[in-house]
Design a protein around this ligand. Structure first.
Ligand code: SAH
Length: 360
């Protein structure tokens, strides 16, 4: 068996320099290549005109270069766009562009499906098909930036698409390293938000990284019992331990942790929940982002009324918490939180979805 040639899309700046060194080429070519790939959106070596022809030919012979392919692109009435990306093995993931948040935001996936099985999330219903590679995670951003002509503008990234980023830790952090390269898109940590269901070991590891994105923690409940019912994979975790890990998490000057809280009618939106939430987060530099449920067939919960959402938000604010209510975006194209799912969508049975996944 021959080894597959290394894939340029999977190389972080250091690895690219090492690959160049093995070819006898100077390390600074790595920066040129990163510029072409990340800032100009090139997908082949041919067009890299500041590299000598022999070097381009050598690179073309010795490296492969894969880029997620846009399989579908849908425009929502509210300006949101959903991209379905086809991957090299035939599987697909979805990414969402949200134009005015007030900045520009890309919502990116880290896995095909998700293993966390949150009871209110359609992606969770699919289960995990596989992790994305670093190149596939960064590749979504690379293609979005090019397609939306944002390579030279500022944009934000939220790791809130399909998947649990801390369950795919290495690839996620490597993708961020690739996107942060100064010769590429030069993404800064303050423009990135990693959203996690709260895997404590992952949080502790993240706390020790040199490059730490903003943190959002999906809390969703105020008692262990309620949380375990909503997020079955959290059963071995106590809320108290999660909150302790959050208290230890290093925050930048004026930084805060966002706590996401999906509001489910009659389930976690009571006055007692508001009081407990206040207690849990007391003394933490936190803001609470309420997400009224995006309902869908097959999801056994309902979205509370606007009045109930408002009441819950006000009772948190009255306890001194900073609260926002997430506006649902792109619901008409199933691009909203918890609605990203592969071919077929909510009307298909799980078996059909699983079959679609396996068929790729
Ligand atoms: N695995 C990460 C990213 C998930 S998506 C995490 O758990 O944080 C981002 C947010 O959307 C999470 O807070 C998730 O719980 C929430 N969400 C999932 N399904 C939803 C739905 N149907 N309606 C509203 N929010 C949902």
């Amino acid at each position: 068996m021959f080894d597959a040639p290394p894939d340029l899309a999977e190389l972080d700046p250091d690895e690219l320099e090492q690959a160049l060194a093995r070819l006898g080429a100077a390390p600074f070519h790595g920066r040129q290549i990163y510029r072409w790939v990340y800032r100009r959106g090139l997908e082949r070596f041919d067009g890299m005109t500041d590299l000598s022809r022999p070097l381009r030919e050598t690179l073309g012979r010795t490296l492969s270069f894969s880029t997620p392919r846009i399989a579908a692109r849908e425009h929502s009435g509210d300006g949101t766009q959903k991209f379905v990306f086809g991957l090299a093995d035939g599987r697909s993931v979805e990414s969402v562009f949200i134009p005015d948040t007030p900045g520009m935001t890309f919502c990116v996936s880290t896995q095909v499906g998700c293993a966390m099985r949150c009871g209110f999330c359609l992606t969770g219903k699919m289960g995990l098909a596989r992790h994305l590679t670093a190149g596939e995670i960064a590749g979504q951003v690379r293609v979005l930036a090019r397609e939306l002509h944002l390579q030279h503008r500022r944009f934000n990234i939220v790791l809130m698409g399909m998947g649990e980023p801390l369950h795919n830790y290495e690839a996620t952090m490597k993708a961020l390293r690739m996107l942060a390269a100064p010769s590429g898109l030069a993404l800064t940590p303050r423009r990135v938000t990693l959203s996690t269901v709260g895997l404590v070991a992952g949080l502790e590891r993240l706390a020790g990284e040199p490059w730490i994105p903003n943190l959002a923690v999906s809390l969703h409940a105020t008692t262990d019992e309620a949380r375990h019912a909503l997020i079955p994979t959290s059963r071995t975790l106590r809320l108290a331990d999660l909150v302790t890990a959050c208290r230890r998490f290093p925050l930048k000057h004026r930084g805060r942790i966002t706590f996401e809280y999906v509001l489910l009618d009659g389930v976690n939106d009571t006055a007692a929940d508001a009081a407990r939430l206040g207690g849990l987060l007391r003394g933490l530099r936190a803001k609470v982002n309420l997400i009224p449920l995006n309902a869908a067939p097959g999801i056994p919960f309902a979205r509370p009324s606007d009045r109930q959402v408002d009441r819950f938000a006000r009772s948190l604010a009255a306890r001194g918490m900073t609260v926002s209510v997430r506006k649902s975006r792109g619901r008409d194209i199933r691009a909203a939180c918890g609605q990203l799912i592969l071919e077929g969508g909510p009307r298909r049975s799980h078996a059909q979805q699983a079959a679609a996944l396996l068929d790729g």
